[in-house]
Design a protein around this ligand. Structure first.
Ligand code: B12
Length: 428
């Protein structure tokens, strides 16, 4: 989607563009090089989405090697057509200096890309010498001016067929201050709402022209506390779009009437950003709700007949063996939902957990966070945490731990029954 919105902005600015998706081409380097040679671009604009392919502390990855290899590939493409390489995307925005260094790209845009890339290209075409790193948030796009993506038919079809969803964004930013979270630094720390009519038209076009009727709203939080989402939902109902959709919800101030309204508009599953499993550790993450609110949100969602998943992380700030035991039991008592458990919190620059991890000696100012570093409360040890959750959750089909196990089951079921979509909603 990042690629699609940046491409749309370049198109609006009058550029001739081609979208090439390395994933759709099955990561085939020769195919990418051939595409560059055929199109002969002046600018190679590259969207890098993920630093890591997983977010659990059991996961090992060689990110340095991965981005160095990407750098070789980009240099090869660049040299072939003498293009300028500009990189952007969530992964780049989280660690711009190191990624610029490893990929050896000419320029990089941190954060919001649409205005920044258009301005950068004008400057380069006028032989100016811009800084190598440009900060998108120096000219934030007001919410109503945020446009949808340039959806190329073949790519929409590919993603729809493989994932069972097409993505839509109704707003950017997040005003919550959760200790671990990068979303405010990626999108800004207040909500910026898109024009509702534009969002509705975009959904309606995707449905009419490309036959998509399942959507994933990519907003950091769908149910923003100011309640703007109700306007979107009412628009879907009023226009009789007849779609199915899902999104991330916060348990904070979740009301039954709102969930029922969302259901009337086609909401069929809710991903709750529960994040921790008892009130003490929720407070440690600076969440705005406690465990009672989680139980209530779970009841509201499941009584409405919707599929419901909670994602919780153990071992975070203020975790002790006592809170761990309490959290394990709390999750066991959640009814009619799926809980996916992780251990350890991936540390990113600019988050309050990074400060805390330094204070507690888990990392220091010189620790590179490119290879994942995880926050673990000094009160607990990872092996024992893993063991306690495995034991405490055994024979509970709705409790999934370790997440890799859930992934394996889901992949097997997916293959067997050719399923698409969220997949956790297939866990009985
Ligand atoms: C929605 C979402 C999901 C959904 C996706 C739903 C779907 N159907 O696609 C789900 C739940 C499936 C998901 C899964 C995962 N996600 Co996720 N997800 C997000 C989220 C919240 C929004 C992404 C999005 O679509 N944004 C909307 C688009 C428009 O924004 P954008 O891509 O950032 O593009 C903007 C800029 O980056 C820039 N830009 C983008 N490309 C380019 C290119 C150029 C040249 C330029 C100049 C600018 C530019 O301009 C764009 C417009 O302003 C982000 C967090 C966030 N708030 O950004 C995390 C995020 C992208 N996810 C992340 C991760 C890690 C994952 C998982 C690996 C988690 C896991 N353990 O499984 C998986 C991987 C999925 C995959 N296939 O890659 C990380 C990636 C970075 C990292 N930490 O490695 C993020 C940033 C969250 C985080 N801080 O950890 N995710």
């Amino acid at each position: 989607m990042g690629l699609a919105v940046v491409a749309a902005a370049l198109k609006r600015a009058g550029h001739d563009i081609r979208i090439y998706d390395y994933l759709v081409a099955d990561r085939n380097d020769n195919d990418l090089i051939a595409a560059v040679e055929k199109y002969q671009p002046e600018f190679l604009c590259v969207s890098i989405r993920n630093l890591d392919d997983d977010l659990d502390s059991s996961f090992q990855t060689d990110n340095r090697g991965k981005f160095t290899r990407l750098g070789y590939l980009l240099q090869k493409a660049k040299n072939l057509v003498s293009a300028t390489v500009i990189i952007g995307g969530a992964a780049f925005s989280l660690m711009p200096e190191v990624l610029l260094d490893l990929t050896n790209a000419d320029y990089g845009v941190v954060g919001e890309g649409e205005n920044a890339i258009c301005r950068l290209i004008v400057e380069l075409q006028n032989n100016k010498k811009p800084n190598r790193i440009i900060y998108g948030f120096e000219s934030v796009i007001p919410g109503p001016e945020i446009k949808g993506g340039f959806y190329e038919d073949s790519l929409v079809r590919y993603y729809y067929e493989h994932s069972g969803f097409i993505n839509i964004q109704t707003k950017r930013g997040c005003s919550f201050k959760c200790a671990y979270c990068t979303y405010p630094s990626l999108e800004g720390c207040s909500f910026r709402y898109r024009d509702t009519k534009e969002v509705i038209d975009e959904i309606s076009r995707l449905k009419k022209d490309l036959g998509c009727d399942r959507f994933f709203f990519t907003d950091s939080i769908f149910n923003d506390p100011a309640g703007h989402y109700r306007e979107v939902v009412e628009g879907i109902i009023a226009e009789k779009l007849d779609i199915q959709w899902t999104a991330y919800f916060t348990p904070y101030r979740l009301e039954k009437a709102d969930i029922l309204l969302c259901k009337r508009a086609g909401l069929y599953a809710v991903e709750l950003g529960t994040d921790a499993a008892c009130s003490t550790t929720l407070a440690g993450l600076n969440k705005m709700f406690n465990w009672e609110d989680v139980v209530e949100a779970n009841d509201i969602v499941t009584h409405a007949g919707l599929a419901c998943a909670h994602f919780v992380v153990f071992g975070g700030p203020d975790e002790t063996y006592q809170t761990l035991e309490e959290g394990i039991q709390n999750c066991r008592q959640l009814q009619n939902c799926v809980v996916i458990g992780y251990t350890g919190i991936r540390i990113y620059y600019g988050t309050s957990i990074y400060e805390r991890a330094q204070f507690e000696g888990i990392v220091d100012k010189n620790t590179s966070l490119l290879e994942p570093a995880y926050y673990f409360s000094p009160e607990v040890q990872k092996d024992r945490v893993d063991e306690m959750i495995t034991r405490g959750w055994q024979k509970q089909r709705h409790l999934v731990f370790p997440p890799q196990k859930g992934k394996r089951i889901i992949q097997a079921v997916k293959k067997m029954y050719n399923l698409k979509g969220l997949l956790w909603d297939q866990i009985p």
